[in-house]
Design a protein around this ligand. Sequence first.
Ligand SMILES: Cc1cc2nc3c(=O)[nH]c(=O)nc-3n(C[C@H](O)[C@H](O)[C@H](O)COP(=O)(O)OP(=O)(O)OC[C@H]3O[C@@H](n4cnc5c(N)ncnc54)[C@H](O)[C@@H]3O)c2cc1C
Length: 501
Amino acid sequence: MEETHTEVLVIGAGPTGLFVAAELARHGVRARILDQCPVPHTQTRATGIQPAALEVLHRAGLAEAILAESVPVRGLRVFNHRMEEAFLAGGPAAGTPFNYTCSIPQWRTEQILTAHLRSLGGEVERGVTAERFEIGAEGVRVEGVDARGGAFAIHADYLIGAGGAHSPVRNALHERLAGITYPRRYLVADAAVRGVPHEGDRLAVAISPRGMVMVAKLPAGRSLVLTNLPDEVEPGESPGLDDLRRALAHQLERTFEVEDVRWASVYRTHRRMSPRFADGRCFLAGDAAHLCSPLGGEGMNSGLMDGASLAWKLGAALRRGGRAALLAAYEPERQQVARQVLASSEAMHDFYFGLAEMAAAGQSLTVPPPDPTREVATPDMLDLALHESPLLGFHGSALGVQTLRPGRRFPARTRLTGCEHHLLVYGAEADGDRAALSARWAHCLTVLDGEGICPPEQSGVSARGAVLVRPDGYIGFQAETWNAEARAAFERLFATQFSPA
Ligand SMILES: Cc1cc2nc3c(=O)[nH]c(=O)nc-3n(C[C@H](O)[C@H](O)[C@H](O)COP(=O)(O)OP(=O)(O)OC[C@H]3O[C@@H](n4cnc5c(N)ncnc54)[C@H](O)[C@@H]3O)c2cc1C
């Protein structure tokens, strides 16, 4: 049996695995990445890339390639079952250069990620199935079957399970995706659609007494059509145009035209999460760790964000003097985010089926009042927070502007580049400190004049404060006023995360 060694092994080359491998390469770590499929799939699946994910892709140097190949979606247009407009909801996102969702088939996103990974020196090893895992304190031994049918063994210092909902790594950790499966089945299809008004680039959703039909524009005149199926309908193994037409006729009194179905699938949706996202040197990311209702359009996005989070922590641990605290924070941070994503996806799910209940009761469709018992993140994913993270710190008497506390997204994060942390210091008198600080932490920190990036109020600090921005664009530390005490507090915190030069 062929035996090899690698620093980091990624199992699964879906969007999560591809992005984590590419981000690791950007952080200076050449990971191996395996996928059991001999060739990439051509399925449309998850099509919406949200503003927050675009910001993360921008830091990785990828947003522009995705935007060039996608079409914009700005808000929602809700119709009744006669395709008469009921109301508009949502619109452009605020406070981001990427103020809309972009719509692109998943296979194309994966092609772009694969090309990006290749440009950084990485290549997916295809037709390679990981089967057995021996997990030890110093690393993991993975055995499986390669593309020629031969047995292989890889010793990896770190293992990333990005194998999707049936993740073999999660199974090896004896964890399962705990949660619920939602009651309905859905038919989703990539089709040519005529007669759906998409003015203003809005996502079209028709509500009927039986459920909903969503039509999302895709590039090249295509659309993703998604509808819940009646329980009694049993489409064949490979659903097609007739199944789609029947499903639409079941929902809508006046339907629209569909033809040329290139891909279709029937599936169930879930709200599920693994109790563990990490165990020693093994990490779970993407669908391997959490599943949410696709009606929120967040599942693939949160996988991409898991990838970015894990890559900077592992990159720091392996290349920039990062301490164990960084990797230990992956699980609590991403679980906190996953809980928010599962809740906000469920809120969108309930929003659509709440409207269907209104329709079934013969009421006209109006925007339902917000549920005060439910605190959910916005669908643009910009307000996802990780303020339970053990990596955060604050120095001062008050938390500045409350919404901009450590653990929140730094609003100007797209103005920062590179792999390291950035400390933005405001006020000229801080200049003397900068050289000493920069020298001590040169391998992992860039110290900048904050005014050159954004005004202090956008950083949530005073005109003489400071803010630490992490490589994933989250605020890691704030000093209301940057002085000797604040610097000492910052260095105490930072020294728990990095060794000094
Ligand atoms: C039929 C279908 C329709 C969907 N439709 C939608 C939708 O409309 N909207 C939406 O938001 N989301 C949708 N999704 C979900 C979306 O596709 C996922 O959220 C997304 O793909 C998750 O990415 P991932 O990289 O975490 O996992 P995946 O994309 O599942 O990738 C996992 C990869 O791991 C590989 N792998 C698994 N086991 C092994 C092994 N033992 N050895 C080697 N490789 C392995 C697999 O071949 C696969 O390529 C759909 C999913 C499916 C399957």
